[in-house]
Every structure is written in structure tokens, then in C-alpha cells.
Design a protein around this ligand. Structure first.
Ligand code: DAH
Length: 342
């Protein structure tokens, strides 16, 4: 085991040495220390190690991790310094007499999509509700049927605050408060910023926007859900979009689904974007779990409801054919032009 750890460390240090920019360094960090990283996998496989050896190996893994982290920090500082020196060097070459480019900027693509969806749902009688960014553990987890030690908590790596509250990991955290506000039938959407302790890559951010929707009334069924999603998507993409449901598991809905939309690029015939399947995975949804209704003070024998959780970045990326999620938080205006927003 010691040898194996040493091998990993040497390979990693070599890669750190070879990294030429901070992004590359981040990739090395994820490869070795990330959730599925080589070192993390060793810790996960500790089950196969005998009980006496476990503390020793755990200690060795932690030491290796610390050494790697130290190397990463040192190299990062070095690369950052180099980058600053290089940009100062380039700055000397800037010609300040050239007229400025006409880049006024625009609303953020996510804001554009969010407002569009708000208008669509408002026109169908939905209210737009506020959610909080700092939430209680109860609202974020318990009230949506994710008690302590429920495995579903592992899917949402949470930023905890010192006072025991947290940065909300999903817009579902507002469900309970909204149910208590209306105490009965309601049609509401609630967009908001969510936070998860994720490693960044082309499709993951640690801060992202969701838009959640809920409809509660007598006899609400899956057909209501399909109807509203179909209308919303057809409006956003400006053409008829079909939807289909596949089973999916979320503790706060029963039954739960993954909703796919017919590919808006090829109309369902099959293309590169939909990987020739004709469908694009869009958002999870389902019929609100009776326990969740009950915790919201709504009688599940009298009322039923549907809920869905849309990832706004995903929708904006689809609408504007943006391929890297990191562009959305980059502050780099250049990506607005090709998508027609500037
Ligand atoms: N809250 C879930 C998440 O962020 C998404 C979600 C799934 C919301 C199903 C829903 C739902 O309202 O019905 O992972």
C-alpha cells in the first residue's frame, strides 16, 4: 500500500510540475483529490482493509493528501505570479489610442431565460416566489423528506455555516415555506441561486440557478405536469417541443421522473446534440410526496400536486448553444456576441 501511495504521489507531483496554467492544476487536483480522484478511491476502498491496518493506511493517505495539497498551493502561487508578470509585459504593448469596442453588455443569458420562463408561468396563473439563499437544515432537507443520514444527502455536497444553517443546495428548500403561505391550492414558481461544493468542470459549477415549480390542488396528476412543461418549453424554444417521462428517484416526489424534451435542434430525428436519440434530458419532476404535503400543512387526502426543478444554466446553454458552463460566470463579454445577446 505504501508503495502504491508513493507511486500516486510521484505521478501527481510530476503532473503538478508539468502544469503550465492554473486550470491545468485544477484538473490535476480533481484527478487525484477530487470526489472520484485516485486518492479518494483508496479511502473509499478501506472496507477491504483489515481493521488493524485501517488507521495506519488512513494516516498514510492523509499525509499523502497533505503533501499533494502543499505542492498544489506552491505551484499555484508560482503560476499566478507568472501570469501577472506576463500580463504586465503585455500591457506595455497596449495601444491606448485605439477607440474602445462597443461592448455595452446585456442581461445575463440565465437572467434572460429566467425572466422569459417567469412571464410564461405568470401568464398561466402562477405566482413568482422569493427563496432565501441561507436556509435552515429543516427546510433544505427534512421538510422535503430527506432526514438526517438519508443517502440522498450525499448527492448534494453542502456548504454548512458555523451556526448550523446552510447555503441552499436546491430551490426545493422553499417548498415548505410556500405551502405554509398558501395553506391549500397554489401555483407557484421560485427561481434562485443554489450552492454545492462541486469540483468545477464543463458542466458543473458550485453556484448555479434553478427554477422550481409547484402546483397543488384537488386531483392534480401527471397529465397536468406534462401539459405545463410542454407549453413552457415550446414557448422558450419557439417551436413545438414534446416531452416524455422516465422513472427517476427523488425523496420529495412519488412517483418521480426525469423529463426529456424532444430535441429542439433536429426535431427528434437524431443529431449530435441529442446523441442520435431524438431526446434531451431536461429536468427532474414528479408528484409531491404525501409526507412533504403533510409537513407543509396540506392534507394529502384532499390535495395532490406536482413539482419540477429546472436547471437554468442547462436551459440557457441549450437555448444559446453554449458548450462550457464556466463561461456563464466568467465575466467575459466576448461570448455574448456569437449568441446574439450583444
Ligand atoms: N431539488 C432537486 C435537485 O436539485 C431537483 C428536483 C427534483 C426538484 C424533483 C423537484 C422535483 O421539484 O420534483 O436535485
Amino acid at each position: 500500500m505504501k508503495e502504491e501511495l508513493n507511486k500516486i504521489k510521484l505521478a501527481c507531483v510530476q503532473e503538478i510540475e508539468n502544469a503550465r496554467e492554473v486550470n491545468g492544476l485544477e484538473e490535476v487536483r480533481v484527478k487525484y483529490l477530487g470526489k472520484k480522484g485516485e486518492l479518494t478511491l483508496i479511502l473509499r476502498n478501506m472496507g477491504n482493509v483489515s481493521a488493524e491496518e485501517r488507521p495506519l493506511i488512513g494516516k498514510m493517505v492523509n499525509e499523502t493528501r497533505e503533501e499533494i495539497e502543499k505542492e498544489l498551493t506552491t505551484k499555484k502561487a508560482k503560476l499566478e505570479e507568472e501570469a501577472i508578470l506576463k500580463s504586465l509585459e503585455n500591457a506595455k504593448k497596449i495601444d491606448f489610442s485605439i477607440p474602445a469596442e462597443d461592448t455595452l453588455g446585456s442581461l445575463h443569458p440565465i437572467t434572460v431565460v429566467q425572466r422569459e420562463i417567469e412571464e410564461i408561468f405568470k401568464s398561466m396563473g402562477f405566482t413568482v416566489e422569493e427563496g432565501f439563499e441561507v436556509e435552515s437544515e429543516y427546510n433544505n432537507f427534512e421538510a422535503v423528506n430527506v432526514p438526517k443520514y438519508h443517502p440522498a444527502r450525499d448527492m448534494q455536497d453542502t456548504f454548512w455555516l458555523e451556526n448550523g444553517e446552510l447555503l441552499k443546495t436546491h430551490t426545493s428548500a422553499a417548498q415548505n415555506r410556500i405551502m405554509r403561505k398558501y395553506n391549500g391550492p397554489l401555483k407557484a414558481i421560485f427561481p434562485g441561486r443554489c450552492f454545492r461544493n462541486e469540483d468545477l468542470d464543463a458542466s458543473h459549477e458550485n453556484t448555479f440557478f434553478q427554477l422550481e415549480g409547484m402546483m397543488i390542488d384537488k386531483d392534480i396528476s401527471v397529465s397536468n405536469l406534462i401539459y405545463f412543461m410542454k407549453i413552457m418549453l415550446s414557448e422558450v424554444f419557439g417551436k413545438e417541443v414534446n416531452v416524455r417521462l422516465r422513472p427517476g428517484y427523488f425523496p420529495f416526489v412519488e412517483p418521480g421522473f426525469e423529463l426529456d424534451a424532444s430535441c429542439m435542434y433536429c426535431g427528434g430525428k437524431g443529431c449530435k446534440v441529442c446523441k442520435n436519440s431524438g431526446w434531451i434530458e431536461l429536468c427532474p419532476c414528479g408528484l409531491i410526496h404525501p409526507k412533504v404535503l403533510e409537513m407543509g400543512g396540506i392534507n394529502p387526502d384532499e390535495y395532490s400536486g406536482f413539482a419540477f426543478g429546472l436547471g437554468l444554466a442547462r436551459l440557457a446553454m441549450m437555448k444559446y448553444s453554449i458548450t462550457d458552463i464556466r463561461l456563464l460566470n466568467s465575466g467575459d463579454l466576448r461570448f455574448l456576441k456569437p449568441i446574439g445577446l450583444n
